[in-house]
Design a protein around this ligand. Structure first.
Ligand code: ADP
Ligand code: MG
Length: 318
């Protein structure tokens, strides 16, 4: 995984009011043997102007949080306020949502899809056309307005979905794993586009992901594990919190010398160190143990904070 490149980041969060505020938010799915605590007394404040990545392994509660924030799921207990309003009375038109399954009709052109939506929201035809033309320009899709969605590449279709979610200029944009199924180039272009969208003080973006490279593009990363927040901060500050460097050992029969700081990520044992000259590194090298000393990534932060591996799977992606 790549180390964090500070050039990828835009300026610090601006704060112009609350976008999402959760207090002791608990969401329980199912009952009896199938009961799952998806969110566990979560407290969270996200302001307008922030671009937040919810990072966690499958099953950590990311989709559940976005479903609650979009009003699609009623919380079991606790409160959720969106753009300063209790989610129960929120005007859905105030938010934009992009979930994993596209909300566009593949048989229609991009423009027809957007027009349908704008009309549903009560916009007059001319207003709707103006907004659509603006949204398509912003998304770099002006030339594609008359292409049928079914004929678009995955990356363009996702961008069209984003244009749809933003047609009414929502104050909060919720995106559930928006780059799923995209090739690396389209993924990059989708994230570049989000960085541009983020240039508004008036809007917050909350995007879920299980990929550290993707989360590292956001201004703030909230790490979820079993429905709890285990870390919250800018990608740089989170990585700095765990140390200057992290050492990795891939030897299968390696036993860590102590419990302190050591954790397993996939096949590798890892431990934070100050650098190549750290006594732990010197000691292991003198024993002939092969190791690498690297800059920490958000995957290392997650492992240190949760004691678990970010790539831990809970069955199929949900
Ligand atoms: P993520 O999006 O991080 O993968 P989810 O929010 O989808 O996590 O799921 C959180 C937990 O809730 C998981 O244990 C998942 O199996 C469970 N869960 C999610 N949706 C349902 C549902 N409709 N019924 C039962 N359990 C569910
Ligand atoms: Mg999910």
């Amino acid at each position: 995984m790549n180390a964090i490149d500070p050039r990828d980041h835009i300026e610090a969060p601006r704060t112009t009011g609350s976008a999402l505020s959760l207090r002791k938010l608990t969401q329980i799915h199912g009952r009896g043997k199938t009961k799952r605590v998806a969110l566990n007394e979560l407290d969270l404040d996200i302001n307008r102007g922030e671009w937040v990545a919810l990072l966690g392994p499958n099953g950590s509660g990311k989709s559940t949080l976005l479903n609650v924030a979009s009003g699609q799921l009623q919380p079991t207990s606790g409160t959720c306020a969106v753009l300063g309003e209790p989610v129960e009375t929120l005007d859905r038109g105030a938010i934009g949502v992009v979930f994993q399954v596209t909300a566009l009709d593949p048989r229609l052109t991009i423009e027809e899809n957007l027009l349908d939506l704008a009309r549903l929201q009560g916009l007059k035809r001319q207003d709707a056309m103006d907004r659509i033309s603006e949204a398509l320009k912003r998304s770099g899709l002006a030339e594609r307005a008359h292409d049928r969605v079914a004929a678009l590449s995955g990356g363009l279709a996702r961008r069209a979905d984003l244009a749809r979610a933003m047609i009414h200029e929502p104050g909060l944009l919720l995106l559930d794993e928006p780059t799923t199924g995209l090739d690396p180039l389209a993924r990059q272009s989708c994230l570049d586009h989000l960085a541009k969208v983020n240039c508004s003080d008036e809007r917050a973006i909350i995007m879920s992901t299980h990929l550290v490279e993707e989360a590292a593009r956001a201004q703030r990363v909230i790490m979820l594990d079993e429905g709890r927040c285990v870390a919250d901060g800018s990608p740089e500050s989170l990585c700095q919190q765990i140390g200057a460097r992290i050492l990795r050992i891939y030897e299968t029969d390696f036993e860590p010398p102590s419990d302190e700081g050591w954790s397993k990520q996939g096949d590798a044992w890892t431990c934070p160190v100050s650098g190549h000259g750290d006594p732990i590194v010197e000691d292991l090298l003198s024993q002939g143990i092969e190791l690498s000393v690297l800059r920490p990534t958000l995957a290392d932060v997650f492992a240190q904070k949760s004691g678990r591996d970010l790539s831990t799977m809970e069955g199929p992606a949900s």
